[in-house]
Design a protein around this ligand. Structure first.
Ligand SMILES: Nc1nc2c(ncn2[C@@H]2O[C@H](COP(=O)(O)OP(=O)(O)OP(=O)(O)O)[C@@H](O)[C@H]2O)c(=O)[nH]1
Length: 592
């Protein structure tokens, strides 16, 4: 695993640096280059194979007339030798054969002129032709032996040319067994065997015509027969291979072999029984005819079966390759390339569209939209990212909602706390702290608005005695009821009613002068009286309160505590002067 990571590290580093369009462009380009390269290699390989096929066909085309020429010159050799041996009746046949050879040479010439250079056989051909012309011009002036050897030399040259054609047309490199064996049999094994038979024909004709065979000639004959047997064996093996690899031609080969062997055996019988035993009874012309029959059977096999079938096989192969070429280069190659480009572009667009959707979703989220989900059309890993993203968005929305709810609750609690911190626990009205704050604020406001402000101080009379008489709990209840009276009496917006401490209360009445404050204080006294809370220890028989009131229109620079002090002093006066009464502070708008 580690080795793979190490190997892939450069690729990962490179791809990690590239943006997606460049990633896809790099991979796509490499893919296109690879596909194009592979198809170019494939098509050039096919093209080369087709060229080879065509070249092989050219070889076959050239071999056909050349082998005909070999066949006719071999016949001419026998006729010439027999004629030189004294069989004058063959004169005309020989002349006709020369004419025939001339026609075949013209046919070979045409093909060689057109394609000889390509197969590099022009020189061979010119030389062989020159040597033939020499035979034509001087053949009858030669001895039979020399004539025979001169013919044989030309034939060898022509057979070498066939071999060279085989090399240069790549026939000998043919990659398929069926065509290779056909080529080998038709242009190599069969001509080689037939040349030996043909040499036997010429040699035999010479001996039968002259009716003499010296020891050298005998040894030569025996050698030729031995070589022939060996060549025939090779030919048989080659033809068997052809039959095995080309089942279609097998019947014709099997049909050919027995009569061919029979006619060869006929010839060999004459050679052994008549020539080698020095009887020389066989007729020269008949010997030539018999041998020619055997040889012609062989050539017919080559010209009519082996070479045409070889040509046909090459043709089929070329057609198959043309078909493959068309399929791969014209259809499959471009189609595959288009499919690759199509799919690669599709992959690119799918990824880019998913990334774009994710980006838009993230932007929406940044702008506060946590509700609209990211919807991806793909089913790949990016979809999982989108699902996780949507999940995250949902969770975030839920938590924000929870946080908002908590914040609202906290605000309410804060408010409650604030109000609790400003409230007196026993009576539920404002406490002294809140009263002090309110006084400072309202004092400023009244100064600014130039409005009168009234501050009242209220104290329960003989409350100690009340507590002593009725107990602390009832004392508390008494304080609660008086607080309620006070709150009901001074209830305008902005007015403040507070428990100032112990059994002492205070109030602020806004926009209220001393006259109005007198009324308010009277109302309070009456309302407390109306409660009729029994108080045996009071000279009034019920709970009463004393009130000191001070009113003022504050000026800039005046201090609020002067008003407080004035009210407190007034309260003191009220207490001192008998209780259950109201005392209005002696100053109105100018405090001390
Ligand atoms: N039950 C109860 N009594 C309280 C509370 N706060 C103060 N007191 C009592 O109020 C009494 C006040 O007594 P003093 O200050 O002597 O005044 P007083 O008895 O009302 O006499 P004067 O004010 O002169 O009429 C004390 O006995 C305190 O204990 C409270 O919250 N509850």
């Amino acid at each position: 695993m580690k080795i793979f990571q190490l190997l892939l590290a450069p690729a990962v580093a490179l791809m990690g640096r590239l943006r997606y369009p460049y990633k896809f462009a790099t991979i796509g380009l490499l893919g296109v280059v690879a596909i194009v390269y592979l198809f170019l290699v494939l098509t050039s390989h096919l093209q080369a194979s087709m060229d080879t096929g065509h070249r092989e066909q050219l070889g076959v085309m050239l071999d056909k007339p050349l082998l005909s020429l070999v066949q006719t010159i071999q016949q001419h050799r026998s006729l010439s030798v027999a004629l030189l041996g004294g069989v004058k009746s063959l004169t005309e046949k020989r002349i006709n054969k020369a004419t025939e050879i001339h026609e075949v040479i013209t046919a070979v010439d045409q093909v060689v002129v057109a394609h000889g250079a390509e197969l590099n056989v022009l020189t061979d051909w010119q030389l062989a032709k020159a040597h033939w012309e020499n035979i034509q011009a001087n053949g009858l002036q030669m001895s039979a032996r020399t004539n025979r050897d001169t013919h044989t030399a030309v034939i060898k040259e022509l057979l070498s040319m066939v071999a060279r054609i085989g090399d240069n047309s790549f026939l000998v490199l043919d990659p398929n067994a069926n065509s290779y064996y056909l080529m080998d049999a038709a242009t190599n094994k069969l001509p080689a065997a037939l040349e030996i038979v043909s040499q036997l024909r010429a040699h035999g004709a010479e001996v039968l015509a002259t009716k003499s065979l010296d020891e050298t000639g005998r040894v030569e004959f025996v050698g030729e027969v031995a070589v022939l047997r060996s060549k025939l064996e090779e030919l048989d093996a080659a033809l068997q291979r052809v039959a095995a690899s080309n089942p279609k031609v097998a019947p014709r080969i099997n049909q050919f072999l027995p009569p061919f062997h029979a006619s060869i055996n006929d010839v060999l019988k004459i050679v052994t029984d008549d020539i080698l035993s020095a009887r020389f009874t066989a007729d020269t012309e008949q010997f030539i005819e018999k041998t020619t029959t055997a040889i012609d059977r062989g050539y017919a096999q080559s010209q009519e079966l082996l070479l045409p079938v070889l040509h046909e096989l090459l043709e089929t192969r070329i057609k198959q390759m043309q078909h493959q070429y068309f399929e791969s280069a014209i259809l499959a190659g471009p189609a595959f390339l288009m499919l690759f480009i199509y799919l690669a572009t599709g992959a690119y667009l799918a990824v880019m569209s998913s990334i774009e959707s994710l980006r838009e979703g993230a932007d929406r989220m940044a702008e506060g939209d946590l509700i609209t989900p990211i919807a991806l059309a793909t089913k790949d890993e990016l979809r999982h990212v989108a699902v996780s993203f949507n999940h995250m968005s949902e969770q975030l929305a839920r938590r924000i909602k929870d946080a908002q709810q908590h914040s609202t609750e906290l605000e309410a609690l804060n408010l409650m706390l604030k109000s609790l911190s400003a409230t007196d626990g026993l009576t539920g009205i404002s406490n002294r702290r809140h009263f002090d704050e309110a006084l400072a604020t309202e004092w400023q406001r009244a100064a600014r608005l130039k409005q009168p402000i009234t501050l009242g101080m209220l104290d329960v009379d003989w409350f100690k005695k009340y507590n002593d008489q009725y107990g602390h709990l009832l004392g508390d209840e008494c304080l609660q009821r008086i607080a309620k009276v006070l709150a009901n009496s001074i209830a305008r917006t902005g007015d403040v009613v507070a428990r100032y401490g112990g059994e002492e209360f205070a109030f602020i009445a806004l926009n209220c002068d001393s006259k109005q404050s007198q009324l308010i204080a009277n109302n309070i006294i009456k309302a407390v009286e109306a409660l009729w809370l029994p108080h045996q220890m009071s000279e009034f028989g019920h709970v009463t309160v004393s009130i000191g009131v001070a009113s003022i229109i504050p000026k800039a620079g005046d201090a609020a505590h002067t008003l407080l002090k004035a009210a407190d002093d007034a309260l003191y006066t009220a207490k001192e002067s008998g209780r259950n009464r109201i005392v209005i502070a002696s100053f109105d708008s100018t405090p001390e």
